[in-house]
Design a protein around this ligand. Structure first.
Ligand code: ATP
Length: 301
């Protein structure tokens, strides 16, 4: 019952700004924070903290960021395989406005250097009960290889197609659960209407679709209609990492056998904790907070 996360690792530089910059504008940051991140590392950390046996397969460079990432991943994740691609590790610049909105720019040099054969070899012993989780940072070929390996081994698949770097259409038949935010859904589904866009992803082969709507919560579009999970009210500090928290908890909860309703509610509660704190990795809920959420302990946030 292992979750294999195939994704990226970055060094995140986060700048807190009064508002997001306009084209051509330079703003002075009121706060600056450096954190390890990347959607692969983030989601693997959350899955692991949720008690799900987790394997992270992620490309890094040959530098000080890779050394720090290795130490963190080995401390947090049962099976952390950070693959040395040489050169510099990838980075993200995250601008966070006072209202919590963000802009993110990432490099993907190490991510692009990871080739499909390395993933095929690493995933050759998958089995039913396992789940493969991918995001949008790696190349199309490598992402497809991960999903194909999952199908071959009878494992479930989850895709969080962010950032959108290439068309996903050919991959939907390989995906059991797609988790997207509102903007990504509009782009992938070619419509601002949620029902229309979701129907298009499903028609292309995706089995279930979860749409996250920021402060408006999230919707699960499964076989039996739509399940809504309202956002948990919180004082917004910065929303960076909310999506990864939501994905990680949703997958861990489903792996643990929770119903879609319970899994969505747990994901919303955990994501609200991340929204209420600064940073990405450093904002994530801890293992005991996640335990309380998954077991609906009285007094849980
Ligand atoms: P990220 O900022 O990490 O890129 P995202 O765009 O992938 O996030 P969102 O839809 O913004 O994803 O947020 C994911 C989930 O986090 C939401 O469905 C919701 O449950 C929670 N969330 C986001 N923003 C807020 C908020 N302001 N208040 C409470 N919960 C929130």
């Amino acid at each position: 019952m292992t979750a294999f996360v195939i994704g990226n690792v970055t060094e995140d530089l986060l700048f807190g700004l009064p508002r997001l910059p306009r084209p051509g504008e330079t703003l002075i940051a009121g706060r600056r924070l450096s954190d390890l991140g990347g959607k692969g590392l983030n989601q693997a950390v959350i899955l692991s903290r949720a008690g799900c046996p987790t394997c992270l397969l992620a490309p890094v460079g040959d530098d000080e960021v890779a050394t720090r990432a290795r130490a963190l991943a080995e401390a947090e994740i049962g099976d952390a395989r950070l693959l040395d691609m040489g050169g510099a590790s990838d980075q993200s610049i995250i601008c966070v406005a006072e209202d919590g909105e963000n802009h993110i720019v990432s490099s993907a040099f190490a991510a692009d250097a990871l080739r499909p054969d390395r993933i095929r070899r690493a995933l050759s012993d998958l089995g039913p009960g396992d789940v493969v989780v991918v995001q949008g940072n790696l190349s199309f070929e490598t992402t497809r290889a991960a999903l194909q390996a999952a199908r071959l081994g009878g494992a479930a698949t989850v895709a969080n197609p962010s950032p959108i770097r290439w068309p996903w259409t050919d991959l939907y038949p390989l995906v059991d659960l797609v988790i997207v935010n509102r903007a990504e859904l509009s782009e992938l589904g070619g419509s601002d209407d949620i029902a229309t866009a979701v129907a298009r992803l499903k028609a292309a082969g995706a089995r279930e679709v979860v749409v996250t709507l920021g402060a408006k919560g999230a919707e699960f579009h499964g076989d039996d209609g739509v399940i809504r999970a309202p956002a948990v009210p919180v004082r917004t500090v910065d929303t960076a990492g909310a999506g990864d928290t939501f994905c990680g908890i949703l997958v861990a909860a489903r792996q643990a056998g929770l119903s879609p309703e319970a899994a969505m509610a747990a994901a919303a509660r955990a994501a609200a904790l991340t929204v209420g704190r600064a940073g990405t990795y450093s904002a994530f809920p801890g293992p005991s907070e996640i335990y309380n959420i998954l077991h609906e302990r009285a007094g849980a946030p």
